[in-house]
Design a binder for this molecule. Structure first.
Ligand SMILES: [Zn+2]
Ligand SMILES: [Zn+2]
Length: 384
């Protein structure tokens, strides 16, 4: 391991910061205290910043002269999970937990900020984006809507996520898609209610529900190429109130993931056609609403990330042939506006998975992640 010595020397202080953040997780866009903590640290490092989006923060480190604008992003929000780790620095907020390691990502970006404060010998500007609301709250979109890419002609942007299942000295760089898109759909099936003993006098909705669910199972094996990756899950069915009443209406909801934009189109179209098909077959009315929540996260600049990672953890510990995850990540929105790369840093081979009440961030990732960002900056920015 070849950590930046200046970063590694601050380990105790960085660990204290991360563990403090772990005690006070905030949810969604409501990262008020976390932002205040980050501002206090940046003030201490002598780094300026501006508010952006909703409770997000953009710190700015100017180099020695004009040059590229390179951005790095760390997310800050926790999850509504009750922590069960029993750790001395466990969450002090009931029902809230940093179960995705964003406390660690925030600290990693602070570690990098501190390093940059003393290493401004580059041409250009580094932006450090501390982001709220990654966990499905549209935090990245709020920042983009607030004009991030209008205010700054960002040349490229990078981010990381800790990843349980890989050792803390391993970095995964996908040379294409690394995280899936996420779409959500609502299907309302309307019939005509009546007594359960006389379905022929009603317009019974459940046969249509059953056929839609069955039909949805055939979309991936029959419509999507065997070489592409996609998941369709029906996650909610709501309808009915009594043993002997056929209800008017049943609502179905579901979730779609894929690593290919074309497959996303195909699935949306196929599910829509299925909804129309069951309406025609059973005489029910259907309204189908398909909304795209997160785009596919595809890395357009894997090469500098691979080289930078190799300098930190050694070539043999940079994995470039791993399967993408079918979870989604709102870093994908930035990649619709600029180029860049999002990597996974191992959180430990035995680490509990993220979004789990026993999960904890591995503080070693702060050193690996911040050293990786520092090396990455050397790759993409000219040193003066
Ligand atoms: Zn998460
Ligand atoms: Zn996360």
């Amino acid at each position: 391991m070849n950590l930046k010595p200046e970063i590694a020397a601050c380990f105790d202080e960085l660990q204290d910061m991360r563990r403090h953040l772990h005690t006070c997780p905030e949810i969604g866009l409501d990262t008020v205290e976390t932002v205040a903590f980050v501002k206090e640290k940046l003030d201490g490092f002598g780094i300026g910043y501006e508010d952006i989006g909703v409770n997000s923060l953009l710190a700015k480190v100017e180099g020695r002269g004009p040059g590229r604008i390179v951005a790095f992003r760390g997310d800050m929000d926790g999850l509504e999970i009750s922590e069960a780790t029993g750790l001395p620095y466990r969450s002090e907020r009931a029902g809230r937990m940093h179960a995705c390691g964003h406390d660690g990502h925030t600290t990693t970006l602070l570690a990098f900020a501190r390093y940059l404060a003393d290493h401004r010998d580059f041409d250009g500007t580094v932006l450090l984006l501390f982001q709220s609301g990654e966990e499905g709250f549209g935090g990245a979109l709020k920042i983009i809507e607030d004009g991030l890419f209008e205010k700054y002609a960002i040349d490229c942007m990078f981010g990381l996520h800790n990843w349980p299942g890989y050792a803390a000295d391993q970095i995964v760089v996908h040379p294409g898609p690394s995280m899936a898109s996420e779409d959500r759909f609502d299907l309302t099936i309307r019939g005509k209610s009546g007594h359960a003993s006389v379905p022929h006098l009603c317009v019974e909705p459940f046969a249509a529900v059953a056929d839609f669910i069955k039909g949805a199972q055939t979309v991936i094996p029959r419509k999507v190429s065997a070489h592409d990756k996609a998941v369709i899950s029906i996650t909610q069915v709501h309808g009915g109130s009594a043993y002997n009443i056929i209800p008017d209406e049943v609502v179905l909801r579901g979730n779609v993931r894929t690593t290919d934009g074309g497959v996303q189109d195909l699935i949306e179209e196929s599910l829509g056609r299925l909804a129309e098909g069951v309406a025609a077959m059973y005489g029910v009315q259907t309204s189908f609403d398909y909304h795209r929540k997160h785009p596919v996260l595809a890395n357009s600049m894997p090469e500098p990330a691979v080289r930078a990672a190799a300098r930190v953890v050694g070539k043999e510990n940079v994995l470039t042939h791993e399967l993408p995850a079918m979870g989604s990540e709102d870093f994908a929105f930035y990649m619709q506006h600029t180029r860049g790369c999002f990597v996974w840093v191992g959180n430990g081979a035995d680490s509990p998975v993220i979004h789990n009440s026993k999960y904890d961030f591995n503080d070693q990732v702060i050193l690996v992640g911040a050293s990786f960002f520092a090396e990455l900056l050397d790759e993409v920015m000219q040193r003066s």
